[in-house]
Design a protein around this ligand. Structure first.
Ligand code: ADP
Length: 171
């Protein structure tokens, strides 16, 4: 098992080329805003169809926070989308374990699929309001600490501020 190389870019994750693109989904798996909306828009209806099939079978109640599941990537330049549900940030409860679980479980699914390059957004830092510094630390520490056959993990940061936070940690 070689060590994973971590890279980071600023941009739109739906424009990336990778074996797997990770979606910051919600537990319904039926689409939402942010990255989720962008992935379904650019990836086309095949992704939603696959998500509906998951809801009709193994994931009748949806996908739990911290878990991950793969579907086709539709028209994206990737083989799979790995959907994971980040925690909504809470001031009164430490949910860092759930956020770490998103990265760990996504890498576990990537390994099952045989994905060698995986693009991640900054899970939970949008609508779910996780503080960016904490989210970046958890993301990077978890990827570094998870044994995986994935060769490249690429963080794709949409806005300048999030990019800078990851760059300070990785650059
Ligand atoms: P969550 O509900 O997990 O917070 P969001 O999609 O709202 O998920 O936001 C997660 C992060 O993804 C935020 O930093 C947001 O700016 C970023 N983001 C939004 N659209 C894109 C995109 N097309 N590509 C990459 N990152 C994106």
């Amino acid at each position: 098992m070689t060590t994973v190389t971590i890279t980071f870019v600023q941009g739109d994750i739906t424009r990336q080329s990778a074996d797997a693109i990770v979606n910051a989904a919600n537990s319904s798996l039926l689409g939402g805003g942010g990255v989720d909306g962008a992935i379904h828009r650019r990836g086309g209806p095949a992704i939603l169809e696959a998500c509906r099939a998951l809801r009709a079978s193994r994931y009748g109640k949806g996908l739990a926070t911290g878990q991950a599941v793969a579907t086709t990537a539709g028209e994206l330049d990737a083989r799979w989308v790995i959907h994971t549900v980040g925690p909504v940030w809470s001031a009164s409860e430490d949910r860092s374990g759930l956020l770490a679980s998103c990265y760990r479980e996504s890498l576990r699914v990537a390994d099952e699929l045989g994905a060698r390059t995986v693009a991640f957004p900054a899970i939970s830092t949008g609508v779910y309001r996780y503080p960016k510094e904490d989210a970046a630390r958890i993301a990077v520490e978890t990827v570094r600490g998870t044994p995986t056959a994935v060769e490249e993990v690429r963080f794709v940061l949409f806005d300048e501020e999030t990019y800078e936070v990851f760059a300070r940690r990785l650059g």
